[in-house]
Design a protein around this ligand. Structure first.
Ligand code: ADP
Ligand code: MG
Length: 676
């Protein structure tokens, strides 16, 4: 068996399971072993019942007291038992397991591990795992159990079983990293790392396994970036770009003045495009700093000089939003250029018409999604390609976009603030500009961190804001286990909220599994204020701009990385109204509260992530992804900044000692998908 073997080659995986695995992207045994856990359960020492904390998964050991009860509800029988230890008693409940009545006996000692929640009559352990006799738990004490992202029909246990088999029976891949490099950076061997990431004996093993895999992931990425730089190095400018008066006109008419930072960055861009060499520039600016308008100036300039310019966004919603707002500006100020939208969900016929207009040069400005880099699209004198929310794209996509023209100017935009040292590594092939100033009319966002008892008050607050004419986002509680549940969850939450608030307030929802057209329609209606409150998963995180929205309420805020919460927060405070963020935490623990309070103290995304890391022990680092920046599979640019630095050094070393470094990872199939 090797990595290319289909997973049906594993025992116990038949045709049906094979199909289910395909849903989570696993086709081969190699895919399986690279399907890393999303977190680990740690089987910790049992806690005294009186010390249990709401909202956390904990273990207790105690005596079953009294008779085990089963509720009469046939469809969903609930079994409940009272557990007592020296410090107190607590109720434990199980769903659909009435047979427990016969196995859990009065007076026996038992260990339970589960989520502690608050019900009407006090704390309850919900659907806990049962260890009976208690020695079964002792055997697992302090071990780490992998938790995988699941889908309907694929349970954690199923993945674990398949994974064990795969790792045991597979001739794992040969070591890729040279021995010398591994020694220098104290990196674990590949085989050890793969086993360790799935089935770590303890935190130490996990730490080393993960470090090794993250290192390799970063190294691959950096090597591909270096390659890009060698190719792009100082390409001659192939276009005649000059200062365009339409831009001055346009700026004069805008209802606001560019901030100094915007103006400086625009000047840099303009002078790049007019210089002897082709532009390759990254514009970094925190959420709401006004990057779009700067991009629009660049687009107008190339159009003015008789060329085409294109801008690519990571989602259809965002692409459409850019398109609509640019179109409106152009109509308003009579900017005489054709503009076109191209997205994957458009009908084939529509697309063909757009392809033709692009190819014949009938439009000058094209905005779209990945659809822009499809083979069928050919441009006509494409002089500028802009990638918005760059961190959502892979290097390969950026490359493919640039290849649509003949050495076009390249502009990429990112809202994720990272320190210069890291930016130079991650965007080694680009010059960097920063918009480090927010428009002056912005009021600082007011934040509050609250627990679930505040929920009703929060709803009243949402209602008040809607009465004032404003709009709100609510990020739903998370269900990590399954995408299927996620959908149900968003829908249920929205209808609950609608009931709660009454018919005069229009609540609707958005989630990742919706068809593109549906998503667009919802976003459209939200931006027209036909929807007052939008319940959503984190799909809303990227780039959306509805300045009238003033409240962002995040349920289960404790489960998010702070950097991600910061991005969510960036969806409000984008206009002239006072805006608010409500971070609702399902956990009462002091640490969680302290962590979330960091958001209050700063508006600087990177600083926030840094503080976050300081507060959390290394053991906590495996569950929450900090940034989602660049979608590395395991690595996290914030959290693993030091590994990133080392991988960068290693890339230097490779280049010096191994002239074939460019092809170093080339034979690796997975290289193609570095960060797609
Ligand atoms: P981001 O940098 O997050 O992409 P956008 O470009 O979407 O931000 O801009 C956010 C909002 O701020 C938009 O509504 C935009 O019209 C507005 N805006 C941009 N620049 C300024 C400015 N200098 N003064 C006031 N408002 C501005
Ligand atoms: Mg933006």
């Amino acid at each position: 068996m090797n990595e290319r073997t289909g997973i049906s080659g594993l025992k116990g995986i038949g045709e049906k399971t094979e199909k289910l695995f395909l849903k989570i992207g696993i086709k081969t045994v190699g895919d399986l072993i690279r399907y890393y856990p999303r977190g680990y359960d740690v089987y910790q020492e049992p806690v005294a019942i009186s010390e249990l904390v709401e909202g956390e998964t904990q273990t207790i050991t105690g005596i079953i007291t009294g008779k085990v009860q089963v509720s009469p509800n046939r469809k969903m029988p609930v079994t409940s038992a009272q557990i007592r230890d020296k410090s107190g008693t607590i109720k434990a409940i199980w769903f659909r397991m009435p047979f427990l009545r016969n196995t859990l006996l009065n007076g026996e000692q038992i260990t339970l591990r589960g989520l502690v929640i608050r019900k009407k009559d006090g704390l309850v352990v919900e659907h806990p795992e049962i260890f009976y006799p208690c020695t079964k738990y002792e055997a697992k004490l302090n071990t780490l159990q992998p938790k995988y992202t699941l889908t309907k029909g694929v349970s954690n246990n199923l993945i674990i079983k398949a994974m064990k088999q795969a790792i045991d029976s597979l001739d794992l891949k040969q070591e890729l990293l040279p021995e010398e490099l591994r020694m220098r950076y104290h990196l674990a061997e590949y085989n050890y790392a793969i086993r360790g990431i799935h089935f770590p004996e303890d935190k130490d093993v996990l730490y080393h396994a993960r470090e090794r895999l993250v290192f390799e992931e970063f190294l691959e990425f950096i090597v591909s970036i270096r390659k890009l730089r060698t190719i792009n190095d100082r390409l001659k400018n192939c276009f005649q770009i000059k200062h365009c008066e339409t831009v001055d006109d346009f700026l004069k008419h805008l209802p606001f003045q560019l901030t100094n930072a915007q103006m400086n960055v625009w000047k840099q861009i303009e002078s790049d495009m007019m210089s002897e060499y082709s532009m390759s520039r990254l514009v970094q600016g925190d959420v709401g700093s006004g990057k779009t308008i700067v991009a629009v100036l660049a687009l107008i300039t190339v159009a003015c000089c008789g060329y085409q310019g294109a801008m690519m966004a990571p989602t259809e919603v965002l692409a459409r939003q850019h398109y609509e707002s640019v179109k409106e500006l152009f109509e308003q100020y009579q900017i005489p250029f054709g503009i076109e939208l191209l997205t994957g969900s458009m009908k084939a016929k529509e697309k063909r018409a757009v392809y033709e207009r692009i190819e014949k040069g009938k439009v000058q400005i094209i905005i779209g999604t990945h659809a822009l880099i499809q083979d069928k699209v050919s441009f006509n004198k494409l002089a500028l390609v802009i990638t918005d929310e760059q961190h959502r794209f892979g290097v390969k996509q950026r490359e493919a976009f640039a290849e649509k023209g003949t050495c076009p100017h390249i502009l990429v935009m990112s809202a994720t603030p990272i320190p210069r040292t890291l930016a130079i590594i991650l965007y080694g092939d680009l010059d960097i500009s920063v918009i480090d100033e927010l428009p002056a009319n912005r009021l600082p966002i007011k934040n509050c961190v609250v627990d679930t008892s505040y929920r009703q008050t929060a709803y009243r607050f949402l209602a008040e804001q809607v009465k004032l004419g404003r709009q709100c986002y609510v990020i739903c509680p998370m269900v990590e286990e399954s995408e299927h549940l996620e959908v149900e969850n968003v829908v249920d939450y929205a209808s609950m909220l609608q009931n709660e608030l009454g018919d005069s307030i229009r609540v609707d929802y958005l989630h990742g599994k919706m068809k593109q057209l549906e998503k667009d329609e919802i976003m459209n209606r939200f931006s027209k204020n036909e929807i007052h409150i939008l319940v959503s998963t984190t799909v809303i995180e990227v780039g959306i701009n509805v300045p009238n929205a003033t409240v962002m309420m995040v349920e289960n805020a404790e489960r998010f990385g702070l950097a991600q919460l910061h991005q969510l927060r960036g969806r409000v405070g984008r206009g002239k109204y006072q805006s608010y963020c409500i971070f609702m935490s399902g956990s009462k623990s002091k640490e969680t509260k302290k962590r979330l309070e960091i958001l209050n103290s700063s508006n600087d995304g990177f600083k926030i992530a840094g503080e976050d890391l300081k507060l959390r022990g290394p053991g906590d680092l495996f569950g929450i992804r900090q940034s989602g920046l660049m979608d590395f599979k395991l690595g996290d640019v914030y959290q693993d900044a030091s590994i990133l630095q080392k991988a960068n050094e290693a890339a230097d070393w490779l280049i010096k000692t191994n002239s074939d470094y460019l092809d170093y990872f080339e034979n690796e199939e997975k290289n193609a998908s570095v960060i797609l």
